[in-house]
Design a protein around this ligand. Structure first.
Ligand code: PSU
Length: 301
């Protein structure tokens, strides 16, 4: 038996077959500092509700897989320091051992699928890290998109990554990469990149239809919706490039590796931009949550 608990609002939504949007928790524990992490998680949840869907923030607490957190659980998670960062490899072990863990994109997709949730909003997926030809550091998020049928709404992959290689791998894995409303892929904190979008869609209904068709055809896996950050909130590539390079050099010098790389880089970029990267990150997650809510409603029709 899997120890699984639904929040009151998610349980109610499941009973009436109402739309639900999954939300991850690694962004809360490893992606943003306290208290902005908790404030953002609350805002994102209210954005989903305001758009007519139900938020389900996913995390493992004391060995129970939670699909939807009550407000006090969210606060507890946002203040905790000893929470594991869970992916496909270690989520089951964490549950079996009664541990606490925040779910990455990969783990959240698995949990969402188990709970019958088809849409999930996050900030940016993990991908191929710069220098991966030596480190082999490639996020398990990419493999998950290839096998688990959940539509993930993100502002692309995080711009600390090697974006061209990340999208090459997604192509190899057969993951539909869909730019929402534009012809180029967004680059997380910036609206555009030089990478042409493999697919473009302009409405939530089209995105929902594409996933339903994939399922009907028996083609495994999800799809990645790359939703550009709102224009007023973006940070240009010119401003960010030298900052990302500096953070990457520092990570190398300090020997940061594996699961610690992404949180270290996000933290340093936050410091080097004097908080601007966090404001942009918050804006893009909220924007993704609103689109995911719309897609979840179309998916349910
Ligand atoms: N989006 C954000 N901030 C984050 C993440 C996503 O705006 O911190 C998290 C997601 O949980 C994603 C993880 O799965 O970063 C990627 O980590 P890694 O590069 O170690 O695979």
């Amino acid at each position: 038996m899997i120890p699984i608990a639904y929040s009151a609002e998610v349980a109610a939504a499941r009973e009436t077959n109402a739309p639900i949007v999954a939300l991850e928790s690694t962004i809360i524990t490893h992606g943003m500092p306290y208290p902005q992490n908790v404030q953002t998680a609350e805002l994102v949840e209210s954005d989903v509700r305001a758009a007519g869907s139900t938020p389900a923030t996913i995390a493992v607490l004391d060995g129970t897989l939670h699909i939807g957190l009550e407000p006090e659980q969210l606060l507890q998670l946002g203040q905790a320091n000893d929470v594991a960062k869970l992916s496909r490899a270690d989520m089951a072990a964490c549950i079996a051992q009664g541990g606490n863990g925040a779910t990455t994109v990969a783990a959240t997709m698995i949990a969402a699928h188990m709970a019958g949730i088809k849409v999930f909003a996050t900030g940016g997926i993990g991908g191929v890290h710069k220098g991966a030809e030596n480190s082999f550091d490639i996020s398990a998020d990419l493999q998950e998109l290839a096998q688990t049928p959940v539509t993930v709404v993100a502002a692309g992959a995080k711009a600390i990554l090697d974006l061209p290689k990340t999208f090459e791998v997604l192509e190899t894995l057969g993951v539909p990469v869909i730019a929402f409303g534009q012809d180029t892929l967004p680059a997380f904190w910036s609206r555009t990149s030089e990478i042409p979008a493999p697919l473009r869609m302009d409405t939530a209904a089209d995105v929902a239809q594409a996933q339903l068709m994939r399922a009907a055809m028996g083609v495994s896996g999800g799809q990645l919706i790359c939703n550009p950050i709102p224009a007023n909130d973006e940070i240009s590539v010119e401003v960010l490039s030298p900052i990302i390079s500096q953070a990457l050099t520092e990570a190398e010098v300090q020997g940061i590796s594996a699961k610690d790389v992404t949180p270290f880089l996000l933290g340093r970029i936050f410091e080097l931009t004097k908080g601007r990267s966090l404001d942009a990150n918050i804006a893009l997650v909220r924007n993704n949550a609103r689109l995911a809510a719309e897609i979840s409603i179309k998916m349910q029709k």
